[in-house]
Design a protein around this ligand. Structure first.
Ligand SMILES: *Cc1c(COP(=O)(O)O)cnc(C)c1O
Length: 350
């Protein structure tokens, strides 16, 4: 892509939390791992340590795999829950449906995704039940899994009670539960609970824990709480081109993030700045917040001319998610960044 002014890229943007660079803790851990030789393909000590750290954080013995990105993590995890004649239920706002180019269907050899209308980004137990009970004949792809995104694509967070209700319906209908946790850190920070309270304790079988958006250079962790479902997952990763040969450089940055709860520190900080931005936007004439700000994103309806002028001033933001202008806070967003964006928004809206 060519850009008119390279200068506009020097400032921190709110376009996506993957515009940001690498957080210092991950960078230091990456650098520390770059020391001499180490066994390849995940047999190194950083991969073992990062996996153990995740077991500690989730307070359970789980199976852990590191992939390069979220699309691969989600698709391969979902493929491990389903046969090709099964189906996966998710909300119509789900990244697995809207932003993965059919990868879940591809890696599962055709498992069909069934969509439920989202409620503020969330899947509801009622919608799951309706989809499953609508048909039970052999002509319909058999529902086998649920995919939830925590925090959601629209900046909201499932409460523990909401997750528990999903667990109940999943259990009754014999569905496995996958959680897309590209922004899991923000959800844990938002709810202020132990990570286990919103994962295996509420029936999540496999979590794709996002590292990229919270400060890693690259990488997601696939965490199987249901260890049986992880059978041969290593082969899936390898076949999909997701087995890093120099695995230590994928796993070591995780150590930087997981040590002393750095992931959670950034989760809290990005959420706090998003709330600050949302509060500022809520008093601007003509700007309408579309969803409650519960994580690190703010979704707002703005007059078209304001969007155009904001972009002219060098701001980047998405306009296609949730029928809104989306502003995401990153691990390195500052209060001054929020103030600068709010200043321009106020000026252009008056
Ligand atoms: C960013 C994101 C992912 C991962 O996307 P990749 O570009 O494949 O790394 C997955 N789910 C959600 C909800 C995301 O926002």
């Amino acid at each position: 892509m060519r850009h008119k002014s390279p200068r506009s890229f020097e400032k921190r943007q709110f376009a996506s939390d993957n515009y940001s660079g690498i957080c210092p803790e991950a960078w230091a851990a990456l650098s520390e791992a770059n020391n001499g030789h180490a066994p390849s393909y995940g047999e190194d000590r950083w991969t073992a340590e990062a996996s153990n750290k995740l077991r500690e954080i989730f307070e359970i013995d789980c199976e852990v795999y590191f992939t390069f990105n979220g699309t691969a993590a989600n698709s391969l995890a979902l493929a491990s829950l389903c046969q090709s004649y099964h189906s996966i239920i998710c909300s119509d706002a789900a990244h697995v449906e809207t932003d993965e180019c059919g990868a879940p269907e591809f890696f599962s050899n055709g498992t069909k995704i069934l969509l439920a209308p989202n409620r503020a980004g969330k899947l509801t137990p009622e919608a799951v039940r309706e989809i499953v009970e609508k048909r039970s004949d052999i002509h319909y792809p058999k529902p086998r899994a649920i995919s939830l995104t925590q925090s959601t694509e629209l900046g909201t967070v499932y409460s523990v009670a909401e997750l528990d209700a999903i667990r109940e319906v999943a259990h009754k209908l014999d569905l496995s539960v996958h959680m897309d946790g590209a922004r899991f850190s923000n959800a844990v920070a938002s709810l202020n609970v132990a990570p286990k309270e919103i994962t295996w304790k509420v029936g999540v079988d496999v979590l794709c824990f996002g590292g990229t958006k919270i400060g890693l250079p690259v990488g997601e962790a696939v965490v199987f709480f249901n260890k049986e479902l992880a059978a041969e997952f290593d082969y899936r990763c390898k076949q999909a081109g997701q087995l890093a040969s120099k695995m230590r450089f994928l796993s070591a940055p995780w150590l930087g993030l997981l040590t002393e709860d750095v992931w959670l520190k950034y989760g809290h900080e990005t959420n706090r700045l998003a709330r600050m931005l949302a509060a500022g936007i809520s008093v601007i004439n003509g700007a309408e917040l579309l969803y409650p700000c519960e994580a690190n994103g703010v979704f707002v309806r703005l007059p078209e001319r304001v969007c155009i002028r904001l972009r002219e001033r060098g701001w980047h933001f998405y306009g296609f998610i949730g029928n809104a202008s989306r502003f995401m806070c990153s691990w390195d967003t500052t209060e001054a960044d929020v103030a600068a964006l709010l200043g321009d928004l106020k000026e252009l809206s008056s």
